[in-house]
Design a binder for this molecule. Sequence first.
Ligand SMILES: CC(C)(COP(=O)(O)OP(=O)(O)OC[C@H]1O[C@@H](n2cnc3c(N)ncnc32)[C@H](O)[C@@H]1OP(=O)(O)O)[C@@H](O)C(=O)NCCC(=O)NCCS
Length: 162
Amino acid sequence: MAKRSHIRPMSLEDKAAVMRILEATPEFTPGEVIVAEELIDSYLSDPAESGYFILVAEVNSEVGGYICWGLTPLTEGTWDIYWIATAREKQGQGIGSALLLSVEARIKESRGRLVFIETSSKPGYEKTERFYRSHGYEVICRIPDFYAPSDDKLILQKRLTP
Ligand SMILES: CC(C)(COP(=O)(O)OP(=O)(O)OC[C@H]1O[C@@H](n2cnc3c(N)ncnc32)[C@H](O)[C@@H]1OP(=O)(O)O)[C@@H](O)C(=O)NCCC(=O)NCCS
């Protein structure tokens, strides 16, 4: 089991490690990695203005995972989790859960009500969907063939209780 992870805001020094995690995650296409990097760069260049928040999990002095989220524009208390990834060799040790729980706690502090996550129905994402379900997220919408033929978009939601 991994040593307890230390969850903290991402800094510029973490970028290379986070990019290595993204690039080594087989679920992500090269195009998705580019978009993930755009969000990271936006956050790192101006955290307050970007509209994004990013936390990393440090385990044994190494970045083991990260999560990126933000307030959904033009809503009251609705938040989107845009990206989450744990280094492949560190998955199944509680890092993703620690990141997700930290984000939910922060969203609650901001009086957030709803959290949304969009994901793909592609084979390979079953583990991801199970992970979210085990944290109380439910699939509330399925858009058939959204990403590609036979690759549906799943929208998962969790209602936060104050
Ligand atoms: C989804 C993802 C972020 C989960 O991260 P993780 O660090 O593996 O998550 P956890 O370890 O907290 O939980 C994963 C499983 O390990 C189990 N687990 C948690 N802590 C554990 C521990 N200390 N020891 C053993 N197993 C543990 C959990 O029960 C969970 O099982 P479940 O999903 O069947 O409920 C990770 O699998 C990942 O990066 N996937 C690829 C990228 C991806 O799909 N991102 C989401 C895009 S929308």
